[in-house]
Ligand binder design. Sequence first.
Ligand SMILES: Nc1ncnc2c1ncn2[C@@H]1O[C@H](COP(=O)(O)OP(=O)(O)OP(=O)(O)O)[C@@H](O)[C@H]1O
Ligand SMILES: [Mg+2]
Length: 263
Amino acid sequence: MNVLETQALTQVFDRSQSAWLRRLTGAAIDQLVAVDQVSIQIAPGETFALVGESGSGKSTLARMIVGLDRPTSGQVLLNGEPFNPRQMSHRRQVQMVFQSPYASLNPRWRVQDILREPLQAFGLRKSGQDQAARVSELLDQVGLSQSDGARYPHEFSGGQRQRISIARALASEPTFLVCDEPTSALDVSVQAQVLNLLKQLQKDLGLTYLFITHDLAVVRSMAHHIGVLKHGQLVEQATADRLFADPQHPYTQMLLDAAPVIA
Ligand SMILES: Nc1ncnc2c1ncn2[C@@H]1O[C@H](COP(=O)(O)OP(=O)(O)OP(=O)(O)O)[C@@H](O)[C@H]1O
Ligand SMILES: [Mg+2]
C-alpha cells in the first residue's frame, strides 16, 4: 500500500478584487488554478521528487499534502485512509522540512526546547528524563552534539540549523516527510552533507519522502520517482532512471537541457 497518495488534488486561488470594486472598474473575476488535479502515489521507503519551475505549484501542493492548506477539491490519502490534519495520529505521521531553517525555528527557544515541544504536544514521552533522553537521541541522529541542545538557533550555521529542523521533524516519529527545497539556501558542500543525512535517515528509519527541488543534480541523487509540474499540472511522471534516460514531455526535456552540466 502507498504511504501517501493524492487523488486529483486541486487548489484554486481567487485573486479577484472585491465584488463592489469589480462593479466599479469592470474587472473580471481572476482565479488561478495553482494545482490542477494532481494524482501521485508514493510507496513506502521511497523518495518522490517534484520538479518544476518557480511558480509551477510545488509548494502549494506540499501545503495541501501536510494539511497547512485545504484543497479546493480532490483528496490526500495516508496509508490508504483519507488524511485528516485535525487527527493527532495523522498529524504526527506527516512532517515538513522548510527551505529556510531560520524562519521556521523559534529564535527565543533553546534547541532542546524546540525538540521537546513536539514530544509534549503529541504526548510521546511523559517524564522529563525520557524527554531529555529522546532529545539526546535526536541530536545524535542528525549529527549534532549533546551540548548543542543548550544553544539558540542563531548560534548555528545554515547547515546546522537545517539539521535542527530535521531533528524537530523526526521528533514526532513520522513515517512521511515533505522536504520543500531543504538545501537550496545552503552552499554546495553543505548541501551534500544534508542530502546524505536525509538519505541515511531514510534508510535507518524507513522514511518516505516527498522532495521538492528545482535542482536536477539533487533530484538525481535523491529520487526513486519523479513528477514534473508545469502550471499546476503534472505533465510527466516516471522512475528517476527512465525520466533522465528518456524524457517524454517537451517541458521535461527543456528542464534537463537547461540544467548546468557539472564536470
Ligand atoms: N496564498 C496564495 N494566494 C494567491 N496565489 C498564490 C498563493 N500561494 C501561491 N500562489 C500562486 O500560486 C502559484 C504557485 O505558487 P507556488 O508557491 O506553489 O510555486 P512553487 O512551484 O513552489 O515556486 P518556487 O519554486 O518559486 O517555490 C504562483 O503563481 C503563486 O503566485
Ligand atoms: Mg515553493
